[in-house]
Design a protein around this ligand. Sequence first.
Ligand SMILES: Nc1ncnc2c1ncn2[C@@H]1O[C@H](COP(=O)(O)OP(=O)(O)O)[C@@H](O)[C@H]1O
Ligand SMILES: [Mg+2]
Length: 227
Amino acid sequence: MDIITVQHLTKVYGSGPASTRALDDVSFSIAEGEYVAIVGSSGSGKSTLLHLMGGVDRPTSGTVLLNGADVYARSDEELAVFRRREVGLVYQFYNLIPVLNVVENMTLPVALDGREVNRDRLSSLLSSLGLEGRESHLPNQLSGGQQQRVAIGRALMNAPAVVLADEPTGNLDSKNSREIMALLRASNKQMGQTLVVITHDEDIALSADRIIAIEDGRIARDERIRR
Ligand SMILES: Nc1ncnc2c1ncn2[C@@H]1O[C@H](COP(=O)(O)OP(=O)(O)O)[C@@H](O)[C@H]1O
Ligand SMILES: [Mg+2]
């Protein structure tokens, strides 16, 4: 079954002569549980595409369906709830809140929703992410690899169907990169989560089920990896 369907997606930033067509009539589908790498040169439209799959921005035209539902038929308030509950977003520079500790950062989307924190899920995530004993640390008291683990914990806290990661290892050394990718892969395999990762790392791209290459806002290649 397809979990994400992107149809004729176009994004133009700005207007008039200064406008940028970041995505130009892009269409594709991603199956439930698939692990997809998105590659392409800087400025090709990768982040724009990932944001539009995650309800972060609105397209100029075209649609995104997640689990068959039109993401952008939602109001801005509904879209904010959608981002907290249905997708997990991971960024290159972690995007943690500096004044919140590890547990507070991880549970922020749940708190914003006014819901109870699932304590079992929190402790199992803290343990699988290797963050036990770091619960009260602030982001600036953690290494880059640890900060990215917290960001992954925040993304996984609501057990989203889809995890969208924008160069999640772009700021990490090779050991931490491998560990972060292993954590994302484990969640993808064990929980059947759909995983979409933007990467410049060829080894990471080749570890995916499928590679979509973006050039100038269009799909230049879309290939399944055979093993
Ligand atoms: N908020 C924005 N306002 C104006 N232009 C933007 C904005 N975000 C991205 N762009 C432009 O859109 C194009 C695609 O950007 P982006 O999706 O970030 O590419 P990538 O992630 O592949 O580097 C680039 O030309 C970029 O400068
Ligand atoms: Mg980008």
